[in-house]
Every structure is written in structure tokens, then in C-alpha cells.
Design a binder for this molecule. Structure first.
Ligand code: ATP
Length: 230
């Protein structure tokens, strides 16, 4: 589904992503772990085309999107849940969800399934995004990313600042989405237990490189928890 090969990215003279290569498969959750500042957010921004890459390639379903605009990537099937959620605070929940349909024809309805996944959004359709709790905003950000039916869903620390009961709900939704086998999921996460529970595959980053990788079921045995706390 997603294939990243020898990706390099710089901010000015700082070499941030150093030759990253990995694949994310349909029906799997690929978890990207690593401490603050190792380049996880930059990786997701590069996948979404928010920052340009210097060299290497990004392929979605076999077609090269390395130089495509963010809009084009969204149109081709990438759904992005950015760090900090980036909800439009002055727009209603409904209009925030419509933003997720920006790449679709004018009268495309909001998929009813989103309200089955996140019932709270249905009750709050007319409320302003800014009036929602942090957890509700996170659910809205995920629903917005799902609205256009992505093939690849990328999420940047969806548990950050969220209460435990909503973290559980979000975890259940991510697992359900993966098990449906219609998309690949790339999840950047610092909350080890959440990541370990969801991971089919894991990647650990340090200073812009992948320093460890494996199957999710092997994370504990491979000592990934310790890598996160050094
Ligand atoms: N716009 C920018 N301009 C210059 N340097 C940046 C910019 N954004 C991030 N960086 C630097 O790039 C490096 C990687 O940052 P990035 O946000 O990708 O890390 P991260 O692993 O996602 O960390 P966090 O968990 O804190 O979000 C850091 O050293 C950061 O200071």
C-alpha cells in the first residue's frame, strides 16, 4: 500500500530524515515510535506533502507521489490526523467533517458510518469545533480524515492530552479500521502501551533513522519499551 524508499529531508542545513525505508501494508497498523524530536512528525508531514523531501521516493499503491501536492495526496487516498488535531474552532462539527470531503464532488454526503464510529459527533453536529473537549476534537480530527474513505490513514500522536476512556475508544476504532482491511494505518505514538496493543509492525526512530523494527507481537521481547525510555 505505502512504500517509502531512502527518504531524506532537511530543514535548512539540518538533516532530519536520513534514508528512511519501510512499507505499510493493507490491514495493518504500522506504529512509529521514538522520543521527542527524532523526526516522527516530519516523516508524516513528508508523507502528506506538507514538507518537501530532498531525495528518495514515496509510493502509494505502486504510484509515485513523492512530488505530489497535499491536495493531490488527499485525493489519491491519504487521510491525515495532524499532531494537535488542527480542528477549525470557529466552524461547526458538521463543517469540519465537510472539510474532509474537499477532494470529493460538491454534494458528497458525510458517511453515516462516521457517526457509528464516533456517536458523540452526531450529538454535536451543530456545535463549534472549539467548544468540544480535547478528546472529542481528536475524534473529530479522525472522522474528518476518514470522511473521504482513505486507503492510508496517518495519525500523529492521537493520545496526546486525551483522557483514558477516549484513548480506549480511539484504540478500538483504529483496530476496527485495520481489521476491515480497506486501508493501511501509520500511527506515530509516544504512549508505549497504546502503541504495543495496536502494532502489527513497529518502527523505532532515532535521529532521523529507523534503528529497530519488527512485528508488533515481538515488541516486548525485543526490548522496545527500554529503547523508548533511554
Ligand atoms: N519547521 C522546522 N524548522 C526547522 N527545524 C524543525 C522544524 N520542525 C521540526 N524541526 C526539527 O526537526 C527535528 C525533528 O522534529 P519532529 O517534530 O519531526 O520530531 P518528532 O519526533 O515528531 O518529535 P515530537 O514527538 O516532539 O513531535 C527536531 O530537531 C526539530 O527541532
Amino acid at each position: 500500500m505505502l512504500s517509502v524508499d531512502s527518504l531524506n529531508q532537511y530543514y535548512g542545513g539540518s538533516h532530519i530524515l536520513r534514508g528512511l525505508s519501510f512499507e505499510a501494508k493493507l490491514g495493518e497498523v504500522t506504529v512509529v515510535l521514538g522520543r521527542n524530536g527524532v523526526g516522527k512528525t516530519t516523516l508524516l508531514k513528508s508523507l502528506m506533502g506538507v514538507v518537501p523531501v530532498k531525495s528518495g521516493s514515496i509510493k502509494l499503491d505502486g504510484s509515485d507521489i513523492t512530488r505530489a501536492t497535499s491536495y493531490e495526496r488527499a485525493r489519491r487516498g491519504i487521510g491525515y490526523v495532524p499532531q494537535g488535531r488542527e480542528i477549525f474552532g470557529r466552524l461547526t462539527v458538521e463543517d469540519n467533517l465537510r472539510m474532509g470531503l474537499a477532494t470529493k464532488p460538491g454534494h458528497t454526503p458525510i458517511p453515516a458510518e462516521l457517526f457509528e464510529l464516533f456517536p458523540v459527533l452526531k450529538q454535536m453536529l451543530g456545535r463549534r469545533g472549539g467548544d468540544l473537549s480535547g478528546g472529542q476534537q481528536q475524534q473529530l480530527a479522525i472522522a474528518r480524515a476518514l470522511a473521504a474513505g482513505p486507503k492510508l490513514l496517518i495519525l500523529d500522536e492521537p493520545t496526546e492530552g486525551i483522557q483514558p476512556s477516549i484513548i480506549k475508544d480511539i484504540g478500538r476504532v483504529i483496530r476496527w479500521l485495520a481489521d476491515r482491511r480497506t486501508m493501511a494505518i501509520v500511527l506515530v505514538e509516544q504512549y508505549y502501551d497504546f502503541a504495543a496493543e495496536l502494532a502489527d509492525q513497529y518502527l523505532v526512530m532515532e535521529r532521523g533513522e529507523i534503528i529497530a523494527r519488527g512485528r508488533g507481537s515481538e515488541m516486548e521481547a525485543n526490548g522496545v519499551r527500554a529503547l523508548m525510555s533511554i
